[in-house]
Design a protein around this ligand. Sequence first.
Ligand code: G6P
Length: 369
Amino acid sequence: AAIEKGGYDHFMLKEIHEQPSTIYDCLRGRLDAEKGTITMKGIQDNIQALITAPRYIIIACGTSWHAALVAEYVIEELCRIPVEVEYASEFRYRNPIINKGDVIIAISQSGETADTLVAIEKAKEQGAFIFGIVNVVGSSISRASHAGAYTHAGPEIGVASTKAFTAQLAVLLMIALKIAKEKGTIDNTKYSRLLVEMHELPEKVEAILKNASQLKLIAEKYKHSVNALYLGRGYNFPIALEGALKLKEISYIHAEGYPAAEMKHGPIALVDDQLPVIFVATKDEYHAKIVSNIQEIKARKGKVIAIITEGDEIIPSMADDIFMVPPADEIVAPVLSVIPLQLLSYYVGVAKGCDVDKPRNLAKSVTVE
Ligand code: G6P
């Protein structure tokens, strides 16, 4: 087992550290930043259906559902196509409205999640076109889809999804960029710049992982917390949700993710001098807004842990703890900002003596309803 873990203590840590190469594998043969091309057969073969679709509906569960939320923001921004994100378990029982031309995108690491599979079958009965984004080659969801793209992250053993999530984000970003380019909703300069940004992701992830020990220290400080709040805005809002999910899965600390501005409608009531509030606050168009959200937490004596962009001159003086990630365009930033949150939950889980690879009550793939 030690050999299988490649020298790491747990599969989860190994898989977190594999992300520079899994993201690279996901982009390889598809994204060519020099030529300015994205090659994805499943997209090319169905390009008319994809660019004329009145709407996309993305169905998924768990961590894959968080990837779907990032995709909603990115696709709407770049492709100007309305996107709805649905929990597969809700969608399947809701007698969902699917109009002519609507495209269903199903996201699943395992390709075996029962709720997602049944949701696909329901949508197919209504004549929908299904595009699957799956990690496991030949899995049920890949076979049930009309077309798709594999995430190529390799087998994921840790129950809590890490490398499969960043690979899902990479695939979804490439899809959004390709469709935007074909549809003409992105200008050439922005398109070329974002391709370069994508190409640079593996080395930026590598740079983040080099500082993993900083997160171990932060984890030691907060491991006895009973609750934790994760806040983010825009493209980083789904990353706040994912950070909270990871912490509760791995360490059993109750955690909630919220859009930072929404906290005043509830979660702010929880803030006291014991509550760690993790801000996903990388440099983007919302930066000034999230700075004032941090002030609101500090005014109530909450402990602020902030994931920020290198060179941020404002947040370090306000936060109790910071972790810096390399600068990146806000559209690709979620791929980077999630990495420290994966590591933080890993180190908290280990510090608490939890079984991080197999948390109680959870399954790697949920093949029953
Ligand atoms: C389970 C796993 C999660 C995963 C979810 C969806 O709950 O523990 O890590 O995100 O299923 O799985 P899928 O394979 O469909 O992405």
